[in-house]
Design a protein around this ligand. Structure first.
Ligand SMILES: Cc1cc2nc3c(=O)[nH]c(=O)nc-3n(C[C@H](O)[C@H](O)[C@H](O)COP(=O)(O)O)c2cc1C
Length: 222
């Protein structure tokens, strides 16, 4: 492909992504969730910022009336428009089957106050326990516009459509998703920036090993 054809393809892709983002924002604006509390929609073209600082996430999915959630430290943003994410989901995870069956998953970004819950979610399997019943503190958000369950009490949420890549899934346990909905707690994220000052319990978790995490510290502009 020549450079001008390449640039025009890029421009078309970005125009399509802008239209999709406008439709998304209009849909979000016209259907406010009654119990949203501090949760606010995040423009889709900024959704990857919710992961840019490298937090551990909770991966949830639902199929045939069964909901489940696991922890995943190995996740990252992949693209702006349309926004995409990647997450490693081991074959032993019960959540993996729910994702493959439903074609959907959500990432919720847990916080300091949920450190023990996050370790417990990642240390138990839905094959053996109903985590919702077994783990105190695990609750779902009533967010009708999300296609997968979102975990209550987190700082940010990304609703994703699985981009099926059977080879990557099988060979590398690598799952890709297009972000189709995004929200963040406005107390710690607004206008494209995280700002944790004054909200220590809402600092996100950055996994080191076992049940040990680092918290994000101060910010700096370069
Ligand atoms: C902090 C933390 C991070 C984890 N990161 C990942 C990960 O990136 N990928 C993965 O496949 N499993 C990861 N795990 C393990 C899964 O969460 C674990 O296998 C879980 O039991 C799967 O739950 P499920 O079987 O109910 O789906 C992690 C666990 C913890 C505690």
């Amino acid at each position: 492909m020549g450079i001008s054809a390449g640039l025009s393809l890029l421009a078309t892709r970005h125009a399509a992504a802008r239209v999709a983002a406008m439709c998304y924002e209009r849909r979000m604006a016209s259907s406010p969730t009654p119990a949203a509390g501090f949760r606010r929609p995040v423009p889709l073209d900024r959704a990857t910022r919710l992961l840019n600082h490298g937090p551990t996430v909770l991966v949830s999915a639902e199929h045939a009336g069964r909901r489940n959630v696991m922890a995943a430290a190995w996740n990252m943003a992949l693209d702006f428009a349309p926004p995409k994410v990647a997450v490693v989901i081991d074959k032993i995870a019960f959540t993996r089957g729910l994702i493959e069956a439903s074609g959907r998953f959500a990432l919720s970004v847990p916080v300091r106050a949920q450190a023990a819950l996050t370790t417990a979610i990642g240390g138990t399997t839905g094959k053996e326990v109903d985590k919702e019943a077994a783990l105190a503190g695990l609750a779902w958000i009533d967010e009708p516009s999300s296609t997968s369950p979102l975990v209550e009490g987190c700082a940010a949420w990304l609703d994703c459509r699985l981009i099926p890549e059977p080879h990557n899934q099988q060979a590398y346990d690598l799952f890709l998703g297009e972000v189709i909905g995004a929200w963040a707690d406005r107390r710690v994220y607004s206008e494209g920036r995280w700002h944790f000052e004054g909200f220590d319990d809402l600092r996100t978790l950055h996994h080191v090993a076992g049940g040990h995490y680092l918290l994000p510290g101060e910010s700096v502009d370069g």
